[in-house]
Ligand binder design. Sequence first.
Ligand code: SF4
Length: 228
Amino acid sequence: MNLESLQNIVIQCRKCPRLVAYLKEVSRHKPKRYRDWDYWSKPLPSFGDPDARVLIVGLAPAAQGGNRTGRMFTGDRSGEWLFNALYQFGFANEPNSFRADDDFKLDDCYITATIRCAPPKNKPLPEEIENCRPYFLKELDFLKSIEVIIPLGQIAFVQTLKSLRLKGVEIPSLSFGHGKMYSLRTPISQLRTLITTYHPSQQNTQTGRLTKPMFHKIFKMVRKKLSG
Ligand code: SF4
């Protein structure tokens, strides 16, 4: 198995009946602005540069975003923020992406998620997170150049720590906040640093909890860490 064949398995996964039913429901009740779209409505594969040094871990696909377009963060507001920041700091070739078949490409960066099917109200159940965890654990085996990991938001942070501990990484109790940097001693390839950030969700960006300078600061930290 390799990263690509793992993603083919992910796409066919039906382990979470609630989410399988929800995705069908979403594609049956499209909002007017997307009525011409043929929704992806399956689990989303992770994507990016397989030799990336930076790994971003999202929470879950958005029902009208990645779940519609077929690529994580593509076509939704969180993606706009994320892709724009990645572009500004040289990790993407375009400042935004609207469709999975466009020319958007990540460079030295790989994007995955805690779960790969859009959950109702963006809230996965604990058992759904557990069902999806093996895919992330397997990805860590294939992504051999990762140096810095960035979970987006508190849930992804907690779940990333749990996954890393399952991989044998000894991690003390770490607190979540925006812009914290932790050194890791891991047996996983080159992974040595974890950086925390608030999730670029609309809830955070529209309320000013997360501003563009705050979000860009994260990628400044990443660049500094990589060049260091
Ligand atoms: S969330 Fe993950 S485990 Fe659950 S059905 Fe989707 S891909 Fe499978």
